[in-house]
Design a binder for this molecule. Structure first.
Ligand SMILES: O=C(O)CCC(=O)C(=O)O
Length: 271
């Protein structure tokens, strides 16, 4: 899969779209790059994601698994009921990250020495509920800094609203700073907590409640967002599994890991 010609439409590699994307990330904290990935590439990602997920879920078998990063395994985390996060490395996906269509944006924002931190597939079962609002990692300074981490979520098939795309609170990356706003608690922002809502971010201030957006996605479209933005996966009311691949990146000097905290493997009990 090192043939770059099948990876991307021109999208973010050209001057103006890249600059626009950077501005969107700064102001809104997210953007949707419609149809960024070519269909052969999406098909390849979906095949790897489905076959790897089947292996992991079958190896998990009847072992109990809770909700959240600390209650999961190295190979699988249940992010919310029926929403499964299965890490898959770029090697396993068979790709070189420098060839990926969003890489120019990642380096423009996080620096030329940006690092890959995680990748995989997050899929939601039919009937699974919406998540609680959350951020993926907390701010690191009371002053607003550029993002320390970015996520790219790729629709591996068309995702209509009934299938529950990701919902984002526009501009909320500017409002989730618990080091600046003492009414916010870092753990309540990162770990899904029903009390964390877009309204809560502006309670007692003159700021407007951030506008929430979720839209149907076509296969190959990418949601790219700041790790600090308030977001959630919506409920899957369809009869089909919803699969999104993801690639997460960090600044070279940023090491926190609230994403995969468990230190056990699904294979431990079988050894
Ligand atoms: O499933 C989604 O759309 C988002 C998942 C997510 O934000 C998470 O599990 O942290």
């Amino acid at each position: 899969m090192n043939d770059t010609s099948i990876l991307a439409q021109d999208g973010l590699t050209l001057g103006k779209p890249l600059a626009n994307a950077q501005l969107r990330l700064e102001d809104d904290g997210h953007l949707c790059a419609t149809g960024l990935c070519k269909s052969e590439f999406v098909k390849h990602l979906l095949e790897v994601a489905l076959s790897h997920s089947d292996q992991v879920i079958s190896a998990l078998g009847a072992q109990p698994i809770g909700i959240g990063s600390a209650a999961g395994f190295d190979e699988v985390v249940q992010r919310s009921p029926g929403r499964w996060d299965i890490p898959i490395s770029p090697d396993k996906f068979g790709i070189d990250q420098r060839d990926l269509p969003w890489w120019p944006l990642i380096t423009a924002v996080l620096g030329d020495d940006a690092k890959h931190s995680f990748s995989g597939v997050v899929y939601s079962d039919p009937g699974s509920p919406a998540q609680c609002w959350h951020i993926d990692s907390p701010h690191v300074s009371a002053d607003h800094l550029p993002p320390h981490a970015l996520n790219v979520m790729i629709a591996l098939h068309d995702v209509p609203l009934t299938m529950g795309p990701t919902e984002l609170a526009t501009g909320s990356h500017l409002l989730t700073n618990h080091l600046h706003n003492s009414s916010l608690v870092s753990d309540q922002l990162v770990y899904q907590c029903a009390a964390t809502t877009p309204e809560k971010l502006v309670a007692g201030t003159q700021d407007a409640v951030p506008r929430t957006v979720s839209s149907a996605l076509t296969a190959g479209s990418c949601l790219i967002f700041d790790d600090r933005i308030l977001h959630r996966g919506l409920g899957n009311a369809s009869n089909n599994r919803r699969s999104m691949a993801y690639f997460s990146y960090r600044q070279a000097g940023y090491f926190e890991n609230t994403h995969f905290e468990s230190k056990r493997s699904i294979f431990d009990v079988k050894r």
